[in-house]
Design a protein around this ligand. Structure first.
Ligand code: KG4
Ligand code: ZN
Length: 331
């Protein structure tokens, strides 16, 4: 079954065609990063207007890439939340119109569940088998930091989440404090790599007895450090910041994996592109760890199309009257 997926929850306008939830036939991502970079973050109105201009060409490009006409599509899916209301509206309405016009099943996908399903996509260098369930999913993005127990398809339990900033948000805010630009994750990872740490160390919020996270104190600690008269270099600060985030994420993930007897750990979301995080989770996890290639960790529509397949496979047919839910919860 070939699913056309559309994703416009934030600043990426993306369309993809995925077969049977695993095989990518086309994957197109039009990033608006340059439009938002000068503001140091995503400007919602700028995002929705840009989506309006690009959504149809992006869908057309995906069909061309797959060598398919519209009649080669068996179902349509789009992200309906969480995300920016105006941005979500553009992709969701384009998808609903497509499904309605062709009389196809339409599935609304929760963006966070979509991130998890990036682990089912088969790319070069990825395992040829599906992930094994039950799995512990660490979903780390610009808006969320959740530890989720996935018993089976569609059956989730949230074990922990951030109480304040999301991990990706912390990377973005610290990059801004250091004048490194937006988005912060990739640039912090780059300058932290190989930077001497010396005795520069930043705090960790362990929140004992819970699987929750907190990153706002760490961000404040970075702010104070940047104001020190004898402040360490940017690379050292970035390194100490990344060490702190990675230490807490990896430790709490490994602990929860042990406690819940899962068969695998799955990493998902933009921050899962971080090599230091991946390496540390692998080092500490009692079970095998899987993660998508970097371009499928950050926002894309292949994960949305892939996720929708598993909904369809369970007999869901969706409903084109679905509306956007900017504050949609996952579990
Ligand atoms: O999943 P995503 O593309 O969008 C949301 O759903 O939020 O995640 C974006 C976040 C940004 O905060 C970005 O700084 C972070 O993922 N990110 C990274 C890396 N690449 C992207 N964080 C750390 N290391 C990276 N290599
Ligand atoms: Zn995302």
């Amino acid at each position: 079954m070939r699913v056309l997926g559309i994703e416009t929850s934030c600043d990426e306008c993306a369309a993809a065609i995925v077969e049977d939830g695993r095989h990518i036939r086309a994957n197109v991502v039009a990033t608006q990063m340059d439009l938002h970079a000068r503001y140091g973050g995503v400007v919602p109105e700028v995002a929705s207007r840009a989506h309006l201009r690009t959504v149809i060409p992006v869908i057309q490009t995906a069909l061309e890439q797959a060598g398919l006409g519209m009649d080669g599509i068996d179902a349509v899916a789009a992200t309906y939340g969480p995300g920016l209301a105006g941005a979500l509206l553009v992709g969701l309405n384009a998808a609903k119109a497509f499904a309605y016009a062709r009389d196809l099943p339409f599935i609304g996908v929760n963006h966070l569940e979509g991130h998890i399903y990036a682990n089912w996509l088969r790319q070069d260098g990825q395992p040829a088998e599906d992930p094994e369930l039950p799995a512990l999913c660490l979903v780390v993005s610009g808006g969320h930091t959740d530890l989720i127990l996935m018993e089976t398809h569609g059956d989730y339990r949230r074990l922990g989440r951030t109480r304040d900033d999301a991990a990706g948000e912390a990377f973005d805010k610290v990059a801004r404090l250091l004048g490194l630009g937006y988005p912060g994750g990739p640039v912090i990872e780059r300058i932290a790599a190989g930077a001497p740490r010396g005795d520069v160390r930043l705090p960790r919020a362990w929140l004992p007895g819970t699987a929750d996270f907190s990153f706002s104190g760490l961000k404040t600690a970075v702010l104070h450090m940047t104001r020190d008269l004898d402040r360490p270099g940017d690379a050292q600060i970035a390194g100490a910041f990344q060490d702190s985030v990675v230490d807490v994420l990896a430790e709490k993930t490994a602990r929860a994996a042990r406690e819940h007897g899962v068969r695998q750990v799955l990493l998902a979301g933009g921050v899962a592109a971080n090599g230091a995080l991946r390496a540390e989770v692998i080092k500490r996890s009692p079970v095998p760890v899987r993660y998508p290639p970097p371009q499928l960790c950050t926002d894309n529509a292949a994960m949305i199309a892939g996720c929708a397949f598993f909904h369809l496979d369970r007999g869901e047919r969706g409903d084109v009257s679905l509306d956007v839910q900017p504050n949609l919860r996952f579990v």
